[in-house]
Design a protein around this ligand. Structure first.
Ligand code: ZN
Ligand code: ZN
Ligand code: FE
Length: 764
């Protein structure tokens, strides 16, 4: 018999809180190997003793069949480790220090198949138990009070494990070994159903039954999930959806729909293998897909032909959806506030929005909205990166001291770095909402604490009035690094793609503060992570009334038409062009706009691409009222565009300024001639893509740069993204886009952090 050998294996990546040590235990004992496994701050350390053949078989098993939610970044093998006393069994050692965020603290994980099977087996002791979980699944990020990740530091600390659950928890061979949220109906959390008076109507299974009955009857229920309350109702009743829209004061923005299973989703929507994989992934994001014709209510997504689909991700969802499905599932909040998560916040929902609440007694310690993404050319395009992805770190091309990057103001997320990893917060929201700003402040403290860092370097937007900027400036004793908004957008795209050499950046968005004090948003930068130069931009147009022109695209359209001399003065003989638009504004408003524009009063100039989309939507007649959510005009414009049309409008490029005047003139004429909005919208998209190509070709000819990074919320427009990628790639540009963070302002913090790190690396 060959003599036994001793090796030490260190595994790095997401290896804690995902059942790694029990898997190691199982493999080692199956192969008859001896030794120990333990967590430490860098990952998992395995000391193994046995014959070479067994050791090799072990390594192969670990590499080919790691625990399902582990992400192995690196396996280091030491064949001559420090000697240890020969073992006579295989043991899991208690962790001295575990659950480190950088060592792979996992996000919340959707219920696994094994747990689902148990939950549906009448003889199982967890039959129909809505809070079962195991080392492969269940809540993580949303229940942790502090690290290391141990039950006493989670909201499960309030529940004393029953003898059976305790035995599982301590048994290394069990799939619930050290599953911190382990629970059963005897010892774990319980459901209750609340009426608007906050009286409890029913408990446990009775509460579930009553909730299902009410949902079926068309009621709107607040349902406590992983990261907060959802509002849920039937997705197949127009009247119910109309009630939800009116109560939530959300007339047009799309709602997400939860389907009981992939099979059911497939009856309602089309999806390819990439979309299917995303829908069924343990992160369970909302995936934007195309519905099959006439299967879903048109009221779910009135502005587009898309639908945000998602699958159940908690045992409770499975139990509900098995009996009433599909359901609309939308965050329980008003407008842009943070999602409600606490049972004490229920009084705000009950009665006003929800007819009843399905609550439970497992605390949510961290709010976390559902993530939203779309699959474009096989890869994710994030609209919102939150539950299921946070707090996983993103590797960035620079390293240095910890940095706090405060993000932008709308769709806020912030970011804290540790070495070469960036940890981006969950979706915080619109900081101008008081509650969102409090959530921001709490969350900054919270994430720094989880990461055990005290950043001395703080990056913030250049905009002096953003609350994230004001917050940064009030922090005592920090080294502040202001970062221009569009530089941050491009740096964000660079960072997630591992780029640090200069690129041509195209940043198209709604609003960002320029160093010249004007509002930018259609920008061509030549930049690296240190500095940027604005080498070209969209022509500046007046925004009559500032923010009022953001809310009402017709005002922006009026400003642009005025600027291009395509509109006649009030009182003079009206030109027939753009008459519909002018009439829809009303005489009073039109007179006021004219005066403001003529006297240049409260008409800040903007090169914003988002505002150009708004104005064009109004000019072609598809936005005849103020918008009800950000980006609505662009959403409609993309939706109606006819995909067959290949023509474009003329534009002028003078002194690196893209002048849209000729295009606006053509649009006015075509509108007057009665050309269909579908054709005009298509030509408009083509025009933008061609103009972008023309500008970057110019920049390449003077700089020799061929790498192009695309960022900014306008690139959420899949049609524009596709046209731009095709145009640039066919002209031999290497084009980079976002796949890990959103192109919108939810991705800004990552770029701020990357820039701050690059600049401190040289400054310190
Ligand atoms: Zn499970
Ligand atoms: Zn129990
Ligand atoms: Fe932006």
């Amino acid at each position: 018999m060959p003599s036994p050998k001793h090796i030490q294996i260190t595994v790095k990546g997401r290896v804690q809180g995902v059942g790694f040590r029990p898997t190691v235990y199982r493999y080692a004992t199956q192969l008859g190997l001896l030794g120990t496994v333990r967590n430490d701050t860098s990952g998992v350390v395995i000391d193994l003793q046995g014959p070479s053949q067994g050791l090799n078989a072990f390594i192969e098993l670990l590499e080919t069949a790691p625990p399902p939610h582990a992400i192995i970044e690196k396996i280091t093998l030491d064949r001559n480790p420090p000697a240890i006393t020969p073992a006579n069994d295989f043991r899991i050692l208690p962790s001295s220090r575990s659950g480190d965020l950088a060592a792979g603290m996992p996000p919340d994980l959707a219920t696994c198949d094994q747990c689902r099977d148990e939950m549906s087996a009448p003889r199982n002791r967890r039959y129909r138990y809505p809070f079962l979980n195991c080392t492969d699944c269940g809540p993580r990020f949303t229940i942790i009070a502090a690290l290391p990740y141990d039950r006493v530091r989670t909201s499960m600390a309030a529940f004393q494990l029953c003898p059976e659950c305790l035995a599982e928890y301590h048994s290394p061979a069990d799939r619930r070994f050290e599953a911190q949220p382990n629970a059963c109906s005897v010892c774990g959390p319980k459901l209750r159903l609340l009426a608007p008076s906050e009286d409890t109507l029913a408990h446990a299974e009775q509460a579930l039954r009553e909730a299902i009955r009410r949902l079926r009857a068309g009621e709107i229920l607040a349902i406590k999930g992983l990261g907060g309350f959802h509002l849920a109702c039937r997705a197949d009743q127009d009247e119910t959806i109309a009630r939800l829209r009116s109560r939530k004061n959300r007339p047009h923005k799309a709602f997400a729909v939860m389907f009981a299973s992939l099979e059911e989703a497939n009856q309602y929507c089309y999806f390819d293998n990439h979309e299917k994989a995303a829908l069924a992934s343990p992160a369970r994001p909302i995936v934007i897909v195309k519905p099959r014709p006439d299967k879903l209510s048109a009221m779910i997504s009135p502005d587009t032909d898309d639908v945000g689909a998602l699958l159940p991700y908690t045992p409770l969802h499975h139990l509900l959806l098995a009996e009433v499905s599909p359901l609309i599932m939308t965050s329980a909040n008003f407008a842009e506030e943070p999602i409600r998560c606490d049972s004490t916040e229920l009084n705000m929902l009950l009665g006003g929005i929800a007819d009843a609440a399905l609550d439970h007694d497992r605390g949510i310690l961290r709010r976390c909205d559902d993530s939203v993404l779309k699959i474009v050319a096989g890869k994710p395009l994030f609209y919102r990166r939150s539950r299921g992805f946070v707090p996983a770190g993103i590797r960035i091309p620079t390293t240095g001291p910890s940095v706090l990057a405060c993000g932008a103001e709308l769709k806020n997320t912030f970011c804290v770095t540790r070495r070469d990893q960036a940890f981006i917060s969950q979706h915080i929201g619109d900081l101008t909402e008081y509650r969102a700003f409090s959530f921001f402040q709490e969350s900054v403290t919270d994430l720094c604490r989880l990461l055990e860092v005290t950043p001395d370097i703080v990056a913030h937007d250049l905009h002096p009035d953003y609350l994230s900027t004001v917050y940064a400036q009030q922090l005592p004793g920090k080294y502040l690094i202001p970062v221009q908004h569009h530089h941050a957008h491009i740096a964000s795209c660079m960072a997630e793609n591992g780029l640090s050499t200069p690129v041509i950046g195209i940043a198209l968005d709604g609003t960002g503060y320029g160093p010249d004090g004007t509002i930018w948003g259609g920008e061509f930068l030549v930049c690296d992570l240190h500095r940027f130069e604005r080498v070209a931009h969209f022509k500046q147009y007046p925004m009559p009334g500032g923010n009022a022109a953001v809310d009402d695209p017709r005002r922006m359209a009026y400003g642009i038409l005025f600027h291009e001399g395509l509109i006649s003065a009030p009182g003079s003989e009206p030109t027939p062009a753009n008459l519909d638009l002018v009439n829809s504004l009303g005489t009073q408003c039109r007179d006021m706009l004219w005066q403001m524009l003529e006297r240049k009063l409260n008409c800040p100039g903007t090169s914003s691409a988002g505002r150009l989309f708004d104005a064009v939507a109004a000019i072609i007649g598809i936005c005849t009222e103020p918008v009800t959510y950000e980006g609505q005009a662009a959403v409609r414009l993309q939706f109606i565009a006819n995909h067959e049309v290949t023509e474009a409008y003329p534009v002028k490029l003078i002194d690196n300024i893209l002048d849209w005047g000729p295009m606006i003139q053509c649009l006015s004429e075509e509108k007057q001639r009665g050309v269909s909005p579908a054709i005009m919208a298509a030509k408009f998209h083509n025009t933008i893509a061609q103009a972008l190509l023309e500008v970057v070709e110019n920049i390449r000819s003077t700089t020799g740069l061929t790498q192009v990074a695309l960022s900014g919320g306008v690139f959420q427009n899949e049609r524009l993204l596709h046209l731009t990628l095709t145009a640039l790639r066919s002209h031999d540009f290497n084009v980079y886009q976002h796949h890990q963070v959103p192109p919108n302002d939810g991705g800004i913090a990552l770029g701020q952090a990357a820039i701050a790190l690059a600049n401190t690396a040289t400054a310190f």
